[in-house]
Design a binder for this molecule. Structure first.
Ligand code: GTP
Ligand code: SPV
Ligand code: MN
Length: 582
């Protein structure tokens, strides 16, 4: 019988014939291999060593200044039918997509090493996990994939056992924004990415595989691939409820996943366990509940705003063995970013130039750290459980300066799906383009859903079956602003108060007031003790702006209509009935 690695070997040879590398290196994920790669990158300036006393085995990488974020306008989903990709994706036919990409890849690795990187998304022994192989000419990508995935020999063994894997082909090319495309071929389980070395464009296990390809696979196999953090909330009785939350890029997933409860809560025995900070794969278990794993093994987190006060767990995680990308540095060569708040000052900015506040921030707004999840003090042992964790609540949330209250609860699953589908959020620096523009970002998946959103909403609705025991669905907004333009809610650790209310709702222990948009906390049911909230803040965080919501629902209706008759009737009908009730 032919080995199931034959398909892999054959593909590697095909790619080598196309891209003409000087040599091929199969990556086993070992320390020796990693040390050699790091030494090589240090020698050629790809990685700059940081202060070894304060940040042992940590490096700074400065990406090309035109290559600092995901490029949504250059990201395509190539399905045979345009409608299967939907209005939510850029589309090209698979034949055209392959032709265009193969022309770019032709000879592009001449003089370079081609790395073959087998990886597993999820615990290596979990039936929920899936494998892939990324071929890349970037050693920086290899080093990051080693942190972000289970990379190397164990993954290769699983691929040999299973025979199937996602094929990801990546080259940094010339890093020319005019010769840059990220293309997905869900039918072939294939990804081709050219011209970028950054984050979600280049670490193909992350957004390309674990969301765009996986969402497509999940639909046909009856599971879900979501842009969600997963956390465990332990109460003073020692019970742990698991919560999954979808917020758009740079809207608070990492921070919520690593939350440290406010002092009084800590004393009472509340604790947050981190399972994942960006991606969640879920599947119904035998008891009808949804079970979730984090397919990733590390964090690729936003640096700016990370401080001892806002996210002490993240800060503790990144004291050693961390790759920083596009941050500033201090005089004694420590990493620095806006909001680090540690009394130090930057001398060099992310482009390597002397820091000048009038010119640009020291750290790029989308600068990141890459670190193993095992370094996080709140990392949960359950994150390695092959069965996953049962989810009690799903939370949707966006960055909304106005209108949207702090928290509300959906009436049932179908309403929850509409709440997710109707999500809006202001754009952030995680993608190129204008920042701060409100756009619809259903389930925080606008940039990541690998097929038509109408079908995706239908897939969500399909989980509501006899015997299902689905999570309660909530919506939050940490980013409401007052008339003075400042955030009304303290956020960060104090978000625990909102999680506590949710869990009390799950357990049937807290009151709520029904409104057309969902249930709002009854006064006194969400603990605000010790917070100094103005009357304006209370009104805006917990009130319902009827006229504002009428306009919002009209706009939601228009948005759903963009998907035509493919949009599930249950959602359009519910949108109409909420409009009438408002
Ligand atoms: P991606 O990695 O891009 O998917 O982002 P993310 O959703 O993990 O966002 P992250 O937690 O990194 O937060 C992004 C920015 O939002 C940071 O600058 C945080 O400081 C800020 N932020 C996070 N939580 C809160 C909050 O509760 N309130 C306020 N005001 N800001 C927050
Ligand atoms: C996001 O943009 O949602 C991220 C960072 O998590 S990236 O890996 O670049 O997609
Ligand atoms: Mn993300």
């Amino acid at each position: 019988m032919a080995s199931s690695l034959d398909a892999l070997n054959q593909w590697v040879m095909e790619v080598a014939r196309l891209t003409c590398p000087e040599q091929i290196q199969w990556c086993d994920g070992s320390d020796t291999e990693n040390d050699a790669l790091i030494a090589q990158m240090q020698a050629d300036g790809t990685l700059l060593p940081l202060n070894p006393e304060t940040h042992p085995r940590s490096w700074l990488h400065r990406s090309h200044p035109d290559d600092v974020a995901r490029v949504e306008h250059l990201t395509f989903v190539c399905t045979p039918e345009r409608d299967d990709a939907g209005p939510n994706n850029n589309w090209m036919s698979p034949a055209d997509g392959h032709a265009q990409m193969d022309a770019l890849f032709d000879g592009c690795m001449a003089g370079r090493t081609m790395y073959v990187v087998p990886y597993c998304m999820g615990p290596i022994d979990s039936p929920l996990s899936r494998c892939g192989v990324e071929i890349t000419d970037s050693p920086y990508v290899v080093a990051n994939m080693r942190i972000m995935t289970r990379m190397g020999a164990a993954a290769l063994a699983r691929i040999e056992r299973e025979g199937s894997f996602v094929k990801g082909l990546h080259s940094i090319g010339e890093l020319d924004p005019n010769r840059r495309y990220i293309m997905h071929f869900p039918e072939d389980l294939a990804i081709k990415s050219y011209g970028s070395g950054y984050g979600g464009n280049a670490l193909l296990g992350k957004k390309c595989h674990a969301l765009r390809i996986a969402s497509h696979q999940a639909r046909s196999e009856g599971w879900m691939a979501e842009h969600m953090l997963i956390l465990g909330l332990e109460n003073p009785q020692g019970q742990i409820h698991y919560i999954a939350a979808a917020f758009p890029s740079a809207c608070g997933k990492t921070n919520l996943a690593m939350l440290i409860p406010p002092e009084g809560y800590r004393r009472d025995g509340w604790k947050i366990w981190t399972i994942g900070d960006d991606i969640c794969w879920m599947r119904p278990g035998a008891d009808g509940r949804l079970y979730a794993i984090n397919p990733e093994a590390g964090f690729f987190g936003v640096a700016p705003g990370t401080s001892e006060k806002s996210n002490p767990n993240a800060l503790a995680s990144i004291q050693h063995d961390t790759i920083f990308t596009n941050v500033g540095v201090t005089a004694d060569n420590q990493p620095w970013w806006e909001g680090i708040d540690n009394g130090q000052v930057p001398v060099t900015d992310w482009r390597g130039e002397p820091f000048d506040a009038a010119k640009r921030p020291a750290a790029h707004p989308n600068s990141r750290f890459t670190v193993s999840a095992r370094q996080c003090p709140s990392w949960s042992p359950m994150a390695e459980d092959p069965h996953g964790v049962p989810i009690s609540a799903i939370v949707f949330g966006g960055r909304r300066a106005s209108l949207v209250p702090l928290v509300f609860e959906a009436r049932d699953w179908t309403h929850g799906v509409l709440v997710g589908a109707a999500m809006g959020s202001e754009t952030t620096a995680a993608a190129t383009g204008t920042v701060g523009v409100m756009r619809r970002d259903p389930m925080a998946m606008k940039p990541f859903c690998g097929y038509n959103f109408a079908d995706y909403f239908g897939h969500w609705l399909s989980f509501d079956q006899p015997g299902a025991n689905l999570p309660k669905v909530f919506h939050v907004n940490w980013f409401r602003k007052g008339d003075d333009g400042k955030f009304l809610w303290p956020g960060f650790g104090d978000n625990l108060r909102v999680l506590e209310w949710m869990i009390k709702r799950v357990e049937g222990k807290a009151g709520a007031q029904d409104t057309p948009i969902g249930a709002l906390p009854l006064q006194g049911e969400l603990n605000l003790d010790g917070l100094d909230l103005s009357a304006e803040a209370r009104e805006k965080l917990f009130g319902l702006d009827q006229a504002g919501w009428q306009a919002e629902f009209a706009s939601i209706g228009q948005y759903l209509q963009e998907y035509g008759t493919r949009m599930p009737e249950a959602l359009t009908a519910l949108q109409v009935s909420i409009c009438k009730a408002l």
